[in-house]
Design a protein around this ligand. Structure first.
Ligand code: ADP
Ligand code: TZD
Ligand code: MG
Length: 578
């Protein structure tokens, strides 16, 4: 006995060395596919997963709330064309992350939400496990694909499927369910290594048909007043040089959607940004590149689009997008890089620029509107109005074109979008298709981590409140983020009152709130700015130092308007109008 006992022990040790488990297979699968950053909130059953990931060299950033980890992952997907990964615990953590997954899906950002989940047998019999929930069923309708992995040997395939689903075709959100029991499952290490899959060509080029390109060129050539609309799909595609060449070689005026600003610099002579109404009303042919005809473009019809009959050309990777709101006379289905380069080839074979009457009309309107706006941006009023404050920040962004601008709020969003010129692609990150409040700190952190560039987050005071606790995360990772809170004491304005006199009005906050103290509480810099000059000083200092900073910018509570620029979407009561 005594002679055999040690050899049994040795054998067990050797066997242990040859084993791997769910934790490590998942890490190996992610690393194999160059996924190296995870945005998470730890807890049962994924606490050790985060630790092992960190030990294995992945960057694991822990947030204070899963929604913001999710928004960071979503914007990482937009910026890098690789799925951003958010990791959460079961039921409540999963649900907190799910808002961000649905947001990624809505905005066509590639993202994977991985959530730990409880024991399948107990969940399925609904016996009341710790944080019990059938997460897969709940995630499914809100994302592009949802998978559950039950066996360690399937982890490699599951990660591969998740990556491919997120980035191929129209990018979107993917859910990966990781039952607790999976993570601890052991398997032979060599077999485990063989089970991993490196995804080859995860987002294959989708070449448009020659017919569709010829049709689009025909329609464009027949136009008297053509217009190109660039959407965030065009920014995502990272076909920057070809898109610029297409605009410039064609001579067609272009209008950037919010997150496409900077694909070409906003002060480009062909930009119709400051002549949006005229351009949409008068154009006869509109070519959409990575932009949907959703509410942001009034569904392609109605007053915004004037009385001129329009012909739409649409470039999009998603065939079902065509004819979704109005007829598309020249659908071009493919990836934007391939479609734009095919159009460029066509143009090189012969092209007449659009009539000068049209391009001059747009340029004149732009120049009139820009001159009208200029003096308003230079005021040094205290308390500030939106234009004075944004005029100061516009100059800062011009001087620091590599900085990334994150922007949310109502007035704070709508005014910043039109006032602040962007000079480089993918530098403006905002509320996206839903107009969601709460993306601010998550997107700022995701952008700083993924790009290493400084971030300026311009936040309405309400908008900031949705993710304010993440300033601790910013300080903990010492990220170069300067948050400017436009403090007008409320949602839209700070002047609402409860007619009964009992409570504060529904849209107002504590007066004279000191948001700057929140950043100071965690070791960052807090400053209050009461004039555009003070704002300029504070932001420049923050951007120079790279230290986490929050500038509490005092805005006149009377300056804003209801719902910013989309007040028309509010339903009207007949009773209150009596
Ligand atoms: P915006 O809000 O800026 O108008 P949308 O989010 O509405 O933009 O539209 C983006 C569109 O871009 C989506 O319809 C999506 O399918 C498309 N898209 C995203 N990536 C690509 C790509 N690489 N090639 C072609 N189309 C793309
Ligand atoms: N909740 C979520 C998740 N998204 C939303 N868009 C809203 C609520 C409604 N909402 C807006 O559409 S804008 C806004 C809310 C609450 C805040 C506007 O106030 P603000 O900006 O302080 O951020 P301004 O500058 O005061 O207008
Ligand atoms: Mg406000």
């Amino acid at each position: 006995m005594s002679a055999t006992a040690p050899s049994v022990d040795v054998k067990t040790d050797e066997a242990a060395q040859d084993l791997t488990d769910g934790f490590h297979l998942l890490i190996d699968a992610l690393k194999l596919n160059d996924i190296n950053t995870i945005y998470n909130v730890p807890g049962i059953p994924i606490t050790d997963l985060g630790r092992y990931m960190q030990a294995a060299g992945l960057r694991v950033l822990s947030f204070r709330h899963e929604q913001h980890a999710g928004y960071a992952a979503a914007i990482a997907g937009f910026l890098t064309k690789k799925p951003g990964v958010c990791l959460t615990v079961s039921a409540p953590g999963f649900l907190n992350g799910l808002t961000a997954l649905a947001h990624a899906q809505t905005n066509c950002y590639p993202m994977i939400l991985m959530s730990g989940s409880s024991e399948r047998e107990i969940v399925d019999l609904q016996q009341g496990d710790y944080e019990e929930m059938d997460q897969l069923a709940i995630a499914k309708p809100l994302c592009k694909a949802a998978f559950r992995v039950l066996h360690a040997e399937d982890i490699g395939i599951a990660v591969a499927r998740a990556i491919r689903a997120a980035v191929s075709g129209r990018p979107g959100g993917v859910y990966l369910d990781l039952p607790a029991a999976l993570l601890g499952q052991a398997m032979d290490a060599a077999k485990g290594a063989q089970s991993l899959v490196k995804v080859i060509d995860p987002a294959p080029a989708q070449i448009p048909s020659a017919d569709s390109i010829a049709r689009a060129l025909d329609v464009l050539k027949g136009a008297k007043r053509p217009l190109i609309i660039l959407g965030k799909g065009a920014a995502y595609a990272q076909a920057d040089a070809d898109i610029k060449a297409l605009v410039e070689k064609s001579g067609i005026p272009y209008l950037p959607m919010s997150m496409a600003k900077g694909l070409l610099p906003d002060d480009h002579p062909q930009s119709a940004g400051a002549a949006r109404s005229l351009a949409l009303k008068e154009a006869d042919v509109v070519m959409l590149i990575g932009a949907r005809l959703n509410w942001l473009l009034s569904h392609g019809k109605g007053k915004t689009w004037g009385t001129e009959p329009k012909k739409f050309i649409q470039i999009d990777i998603e065939p079902k997008e065509m004819d979704s709101n109005v007829e598309i006379v020249a659908p071009v289905v493919g990836d934007i890089g391939s479609c734009v380069s095919a159009l460029l080839e066509g143009i090189a074979k012969g092209w007449t620029p659009p009539p000068a009457a049209w391009t001059d009309a747009i340029r004149e309107k732009v120049s009139t509107n820009v001159s009208k706006m200029a003096p308003r941006l230079q005021n040094n009023n205290s308390p500030m109005d939106f234009h004075g404050a944004l005029g100061a920040l516009k100059t800062i962004i011009k001087q620091r074109p590599d900085a990334i601008l994150v922007n949310e709020g109502a007035n704070t969003l709508d005014f910043a979008r039109s006032v602040i010129d962007m000079h480089k692609p993918r530098k403006r990150l905002d509320v996206g298709t839903w107009g969601v409040m709460g993306i601010g700190m998550g997107q700022a952190i995701g952008a700083a981590v993924e790009t290493g560039h400084p971030v300026l987050a311009i936040e309405g005071d309400s908008a900031f409140g949705f993710s304010g606790m993440e300033v601790e995360t910013i300080c903990r990772y010492n990220l170069p983020i300067c948050v400017v809170v436009f403090n007008n004491g409320g949602i839209y304005r700070g002047t609402d009152v409860d007619p009964t006199g009992r409570d504060p009005g529904t849209t107002v906050f504590v007066k004279d709130a000191r948001y700057d103290k929140m950043m100071e509480a965690f070791g960052g810099v807090g400053v209050t700015a009461t004039s555009p000059d003070e704002l300029t000083r504070a932001v420049n200092e923050a951007m120079d130092s790279g230290r986490p900073t929050l500038v509490n910018a005092i805005i006149d509570p009377l300056a804003g308007t209801e719902s910013g620029r989309i007040g028309n979407l509010n339903p009207q009561s007949v009773v209150s109008k009596k």
